[in-house]
Design a protein around this ligand. Structure first.
Ligand code: HH2
Length: 266
């Protein structure tokens, strides 16, 4: 279970809630108490038309939070959600051990070599385009969404290998809601076994996303928790093994119950 700590003023569901380091650290502690195994710290929103964040500002946002969380929760691995190698480098120097790159190593040529040299774990997420438009529909044209996402993820795995990253450090993520319309996100989740077939652990990030709002009619992002639970449980049954969520307690409980049943299936 990966708990989300957004140190941003503008994230789509919790922007501004944990923008001060103290609030972010208190939130991280709560998420771990609720059952998070990993905390994912982000200092830049990917919501469409978000304000670009300078490297120096992103470092200023995330490094104190990584440092404080490492001190407060030394047994909880910290992941840094960034597409910028200098931000990842600063976070790793402060104790982060996983790089969550929503561009799948596409946007910063230094990211792959940095991850290889540091031995960090790497989440390779599928997306298209730049940070400002990757969560929009600007590049959401597909003839076969699952086939194309699978092929593009395979090429990101090759890029990771070319940088010297060990396959054992890599997790794949289909990038739900990134360069995808609602029908694409739903189809990808339904076809998750084809992403699992790439042979690496799969993470899904469905938490509170737009496709849930479009299915249920729920516009308030924080009220999309029931839909989030349903999508996570289905993803678990289809092979996902890591879940990036805002509401860790509800996700932990629902996935623990689903898993107890699943592991006895004959
Ligand atoms: N989704 C978001 C951000 N980072 N990382 C991975 N690996 N997978 C995801 O699905 C994913 C992600 C978007 O959610 P959030 O962090 O809540 O919003 P924002 O980008 O507005 O900060």
């Amino acid at each position: 279970m990966v708990g989300i700590v957004n140190v941003t003023p503008d994230s789509f569901s919790d922007g501004g809630d944990f923008f001060s380091p103290d609030a972010a650290v208190a939130h991280g502690r709560q998420l771990v108490a609720d059952g998070a195994d990993i905390l994912d710290i982000g200092g830049e929103s990917t919501r469409p038309n978000c304000t670009p964040v300078l490297v120096s500002e992103e470092i200023r946002r995330v490094v104190p939070v990584v440092r404080a969380l490492r001190a407060a929760l030394p047994d909880t691995p910290v992941s840094i959600d960034t597409v910028k190698a200098p931000v990842a480098e600063a976070a790793i120097a402060t104790g982060a051990v996983i790089v969550n790159d929503v561009s799948g190593l596409r946007l910063d040529p230094d990211m792959g070599p940095l991850c290889a040299a540091s031995g960090a774990g790497v989440i390779l997420m599928h997306s298209r385009g730049a940070v400002a438009d990757m969560a929009s529909y600007a590049h959401a044209e597909y003839r076969d969404v699952t086939g194309e996402v699978q092929a593009e993820l395979r090429s990101r795995v090759s890029a990771a290998r070319d940088s010297g990253i060990d396959d054992r450090s890599v997790v794949l993520d289909p990038g739900i809601g990134f360069s995808k319309r609602t029908e694409h996100s739903i189809q990808l989740l339904a076809d998750l076994p084809q992403i699992v077939a790439l042979g690496l652990p799969v993470l899904v990030g469905v938490s509170r996303k737009r496709f849930i709002g479009e299915i249920t009619g729920v516009t308030t992002t924080a009220d999309r928790e029931e839909g989030t639970m349903a999508a996570n449980v289905v993803a678990l049954t289809l092979g996902a093994r890591l879940f990036r969520v805002h509401d860790v307690r509800a996700a932990r409980r629902s996935l623990d119950v689903a898993w107890e049943i699943m592991r006895r299936m004959r």
